[in-house]
Design a protein around this ligand. Structure first.
Ligand SMILES: [Zn+2]
Length: 419
C-alpha cells in the first residue's frame, strides 16, 4: 500500500514537471557526470547550452535529429562507433573528453550525440557515457568511441600482475628448484660431473625464473580468445587447464651438458619432477630488466611460451625419436611431440591472437617471431630423398586450425640435411 502511494506520488511529480517544461538534463544521459563536471566542459559540449539556445528563441534548432549509428535513444552499440549526429541547423561529432587530467579525479567519458524523442519530434542531446561501465574494464574511450584495449606483449611485460592472479597461479602451479651439477674438465678434453659440488640457484635467480614463468602464463591469460580455447594436443581442455594439469610440479634445474654458465637453466630430466628447460639467461635478463628498447621484449614472452609448451608436452608421455643422425627428433607432426607443438602453437597464435598483440611481437625481428619452419626439420617423416615435407604431414594442420599454412610447399619447406 505504502509503495503504491509512492508510485502515484512519483508519477504525479513526473507529470507536473512534464507539464511545466521538458527536464533540462535527464539522469540517464549524464550518468555519473556531476553538475560540477558539466560546468567544466566547453560550452558546445554542455547539455545546458542545448536547452538554453532552444529556449532563447531558436526552438527549432535542435530538432529533426538523426543519429546514423543508433536504433534507439540510449543504444549501447552507438558508443562503439564514432558518428556525426545531425539536427536542424547543424551537426555534432562524438567525442572523448577527459576531466581533471593528471589528478586522482581524472575521468574520461564518451560524449555521444543522441536523439531524444520528444513531443515535438527527435531532439539532439548529449549522452555522457562511461565505456568501462558499459562494456567492462578493458574498454577505453579512444578516438571518440569506446574501444576494447588489446594489451601488447610488451605492455604485459611492464604490467603489474594482479595479486589475486598470483594467488591462483601459486595454487595451480608448483615451482621447485633443484641444484645444478657443474662439470670438472681435464686437460685431455675429458670431463665428469662434479656431483660433490652441486650449485644451488640463489634467491635472485629463483625469483627471476619464477617471475618469468609467471609472466608467460599471465600474458596468455590476458588473451581469452586464445587461452580459453582447446588446441589440437590439449585433449579438449583449454590451453590453460592443459598446462596446469600436465605441468604438475615444475622444477628448474641447470644444464649439466653445458659448459656455458650463461646458459644456466637448461635441463629436462630430474627424478620424478617435470622440468622446464632451455630458458636461457639472456632471455631472462631481458625480462628482468624489462628493457623497453629491447627488440626481444615481446618475442621473449613468445619464446618462453614455446619452451613451456614444448616441455610440458613431454609430460603427456610424448617423447622424441631418433633419425637422420639425431635423437632429438619427432616421428612426425601428427604425434604433436615437443617440436610438433612448436610448429602448431605459433601457427595458432598467429591467427588467434588479436592483431595488435601479434604486431607487438613482430616489432624488431619479424623473421624470428611465429617462425616455425625450424621445428619442421625435426620431423623424421621428412622425405629423405626429396628432403621435403610431405603434404599429408601438413594438410591436417590447416584443416584443424582452419587457417592456411602460409608457405610455398616447393620452396620454404625444403630443408637440407647436412647428414
Ligand atoms: Zn623436447
Amino acid at each position: 500500500m505504502k509503495r503504491g502511494i509512492i508510485v502515484v506520488f512519483v508519477l504525479a511529480l513526473f507529470l507536473l514537471v512534464g507539464c511545466v517544461q521538458e527536464p533540462l538534463i535527464d539522469s540517464q544521459s549524464i550518468e555519473d557526470v556531476t553538475e560540477e563536471d558539466l560546468e567544466q566542459l566547453p560550452s558546445d559540449l554542455q547539455p545546458q547550452e542545448v536547452e538554453k539556445t532552444a529556449l532563447t528563441g531558436q526552438a527549432n534548432k535542435w530538432y529533426d535529429c538523426q543519429d546514423p549509428d543508433s536504433i534507439s535513444t540510449f543504444d549501447k552499440n552507438s558508443l562503439l562507433t564514432k558518428s556525426i549526429t545531425t539536427y536542424n541547423g547543424g551537426s555534432k561529432t562524438d567525442r572523448c573528453y577527459t576531466w581533471y587530467k593528471g589528478t586522482l579525479k581524472e575521468k574520461t567519458r564518451l560524449i555521444e550525440g543522441i536523439c531524444r524523442q520528444t513531443n515535438a519530434g527527435p531532439k539532439f542531446n548529449y549522452w555522457y557515457a562511461d565505456c568501462n561501465q558499459k562494456f567492462g574494464e578493458d574498454y577505453k574511450c579512444v578516438e571518440d568511441a569506446c574501444v576494447k584495449e588489446i594489451p601488447t606483449f610488451d605492455f604485459i611485460l611492464v604490467e603489474e600482475i594482479p595479486q589475486e592472479w598470483i594467488v591462483k597461479f601459486n595454487d595451480d602451479f608448483k615451482i621447485k628448484f633443484s641444484a645444478y651439477v657443474p662439470i670438472i674438465e681435464y686437460p685431455d678434453g675429458t670431463w665428469e660431473w662434479d656431483e660433490d659440488n652441486k650449485v644451488s640457484f640463489n634467491t635472485e635467480e629463483k625469483n627471476l625464473l619464477k617471475e618469468a614463468f609467471m609472466k608467460a602464463v599471465y600474458s596468455m591469460s590476458r588473451v581469452d580468445s586464445y587461452f580459453t580455447k582447446p588446441l589440437p594436443w590439449t585433449n579438449g581442455q583449454s590451453y590453460y587447464d592443459w598446462l596446469k594439469d600436465s605441468a604438475g610440479t615444475i622444477t628448474f634445474s641447470a644444464d649439466i651438458n653445458s659448459l656455458d654458465n650463461s646458459n644456466l637453466i637448461n635441463k629436462v630430466s630430474f627424478n620424478g619432477y617435470n622440468i622446464i628447460s632451455n630458458i636461457n639467461q639472456g632471455m631472462l635478463n631481458t625480462w628482468k630488466n624489462q628493457d623497453l628498447n629491447s627488440p626481444d621484449l615481446g618475442q621473449g614472452i613468445i619464446n618462453l611460451i614455446q619452451i613451456i609448451t614444448h616441455e610440458v608436452r613431454h609430460n603427456n608421455g610424448v617423447s622424441h625419436a631418433s633419425c637422420k643422425g639425431g635423437n632429438n627428433m619427432d616421428d612426425n607432426l601428427e604425434i604433436m611431440g615437443g617440436h610438433g607443438v612448436n610448429v602448431m602453437l605459433p601457427h595458432w597464435m598467429k591467427y588467434l591472437l588479436p592483431e595488435e598483440m601479434v604486431q607487438s611481437a613482430y616489432d624488431g625481428n619479424i623473421d624470428l617471431m611465429f617462425q616455425y619452419f625450424n621445428f619442421l626439420d625435426r620431423m623424421c617423416s621428412l622425405d629423405p630423398v626429396a628432403k621435403t615435407i610431405k603434404q599429408e604431414d601438413l594438410s591436417w594442420v590447416e584443416e584443424v586450425s582452419g587457417f592456411p599454412l602460409d608457405f610455398d610447399p616447393d620452396i620454404l619447406w625444403t630443408i637440407e640435411f647436412t647428414n
